[in-house]
Design a protein around this ligand. Sequence first.
Ligand code: HPA
Length: 249
Amino acid sequence: MTHLPLDLAVIGGSGLYQFPGLENATRQSVDTPYGPASGDVVVGDFAGHRIAFLARHGESHTLPPHRVNYRANLWALHDLGARRVVGVNAVGGIRHDMGPRTVVVPDQIIDYTHGRYTSFCDVEGAEVRHIDFSEPYTASLRVALMEAAKRAGIAVIDGGCYGATQGPRLETRAEIARMKRDGCDLVGMTGMPEAALARELELDYACLALVANFAAGCGDEAEISIEEIFAHLAAATAEVPPLLAELLK
Ligand code: HPA
């Protein structure tokens, strides 16, 4: 299946299950060689452009991070003609200035996940391709996001290292302390292998990380409240459509 290029594809994370303001929307169920995507891809008009939206965890949040079919998701968006993808990811803040409701456009990744299909090469007979991943996010798309945020009057932190953990449980304080020593500024469960798979498909890819909580041991509270996570996420998620509307201008 080949389609006209979409202007943008958005992968929504926790708290973003439908894209608000999408007009003339149609649902596309894409067959992929890697099995089913997280759900239908919704294609529609937004800010005068054609965009695609896919809820990473499914529209009813039924897929935990380690069971998301990242390969099928990226393949489906590529197959529909997407050439640039913004992944929206809920994260915990490790760096002191990355508290709840902060929006960050990270520039580095450390991958602590395991047991996920991390490559399109992971199929018998497939050609083995080694991709450069020194800069895991597409610099031009990162810059475009930063500039769009500025125009939209949305405060966004430029850069930071995203530590990708397995989930679905949150981390221990010791794990976060180790990640901090490693140089991680943020922690989330879905940043990888999504970014690497996007690179394998030569898609432009960047991440909008929405901070839902201070990671374990980084805030004042002894425990992390899941209710608070979702309240902060709802607030940060509201920034996404106006920011992306500017990106499309
Ligand atoms: N850890 C991992 N993933 C997350 C967190 C966290 O503290 N908050 C939101 N997603």
